[in-house]
Design a protein around this ligand. Structure first.
Ligand SMILES: [Fe+2]
Ligand SMILES: [Fe+2]
Length: 335
């Protein structure tokens, strides 16, 4: 919400810079302020650029408010407002900022709807055995995902994708978006970004052959159901391999994206060098996306929690890729 409205978000005073204060406003939100924090922030070198400060905090005591008032804190809202209330407060301060924020939100919402519909269509084409249409769908999806990544901060487009109703569309879109972000941060050429994107987009198409009582089960799977679910990797390969429209590496990623470098994955238990580089990238994006997914029956992990879980997997994942992925996890974290 805040960065949609044009605020730079920083979790620590050292992260603030005068350049962030494009509008001359500082907004501080939080329930727990360590002693001295506010005074410290309010006397920093950036205060020369400040016109107004807006402070939110449910647990600010009367004494703290009085003290802030004394040092000339002009705009204090004691409780954390709803987005609508926040918008109206900020609109009173600077309507142009609100207009810019609203157009960002509108752009993000429109792109996201196109992506959700495209992802649903992709699986319909696969179900109908129409690989040519699925490939065209993935090619135009690449452009929409580029627009999505450019339209807002990662935390925003992630939260929009996390609202997708269909779990498979949500997962496919999350893995694709995270893979695109990762490819950009690794400095991949546009050609390699497209290869990785396509691999992400198709990695789980084998799920069209998994019965819905397993695929949509609201809870964890038992051993038999897990075995059924695991067939999706080989099924994906069977769907995508041996044809003229899909590159063989895309089919191989679908088959191998649950393989681990220590040989404990499935379906073949291959390890080490037999796991291709492109698969190693997708596996990291896939696990990360699955952990942060929003489902009615489970609390999603935060991006930082998800990254800690990836780190705890020891020798299963490519260590240098995982190190590079820390930037992605950080940019997906709200503060
Ligand atoms: Fe999978
Ligand atoms: Fe997946």
């Amino acid at each position: 919400m805040l960065s949609e409205l044009g605020f730079a978000i920083a979790s620590h005073r050292d992260a603030f810079s005068a350049a962030d204060l494009q509008h001359g406003f500082m907004l501080i939100a939080g329930d727990h302020f360590v002693p001295g924090f506010l005074a410290d922030v309010l006397t920093g070198p950036w205060t020369a650029h400040l016109e107004r400060v807006v402070l939110f905090g449910n647990r600010l005591g009367t004494r703290a408010l009085a003290a802030l008032d004394e040092i000339g804190f002009p705009f204090i809202v004691k409780s954390l407002p709803t987005p609508a209330r926040l918008t109206s407060i900020l609109a009173a301060i600077d309507p142009s900022m609100i207009a810019a924020g609203q157009s960002t939100i509108a752009r993000l919402t429109a792109t996201s709807s196109v992506i959700e519909a495209g992802s649903n269509r992709l699986f319909e084409h696969i179900r109908a055995g129409n690989l040519g249409a699925a490939v065209s769908e993935a090619k135009s999806a690449f452009n929409h995902f580029e627009a999505l990544l450019d339209s807002a901060a990662a935390t925003h487009w992630l939260s929009v994708i996390q609202q997708y109703h269909d779990g498979t569309a949500q997962h496919c879109s999350l893995v694709s978006a995270v893979a695109m972000l990762f490819a950009r941060s690794l400095g991949f050429s546009e050609g390699d970004q497209r290869r990785l994107f396509e691999a992400a987009h198709f990695h789980d198409v084998g799920k069209v052959r998994v019965p819905l009582f397993v695929l949509d089960k609201p809870g964890s799977l038992d051993a038999d159901e897990r075995a059924i679910m695991e067939t999706h990797a080989k099924a994906g390969y069977d769907i995508l391999a041996h044809n003229d429209v899909i590159a063989s590496e895309i089919a191989e990623v679908a088959r191998d994206h649950h393989e681990y470098l220590d040989g404990t994955g499935y379906p073949r238990g291959i390890g080490g060098r037999r796991v291709a580089d492109i698969t190693r990238v997708i596996t990291i994006c896939d696990i990360f996306a699955a952990l942060i997914e929003q489902r009615p029956y489970k609390q999603p992990k935060t991006a930082r929690e998800a990254y800690s879980i990836l780190q705890s997997l020891g020798g299963k994942l490519d260590p240098s890729l995982l190190r590079s992925f820390s930037k992605i996890a950080e940019s997906c974290s709200p503060d």
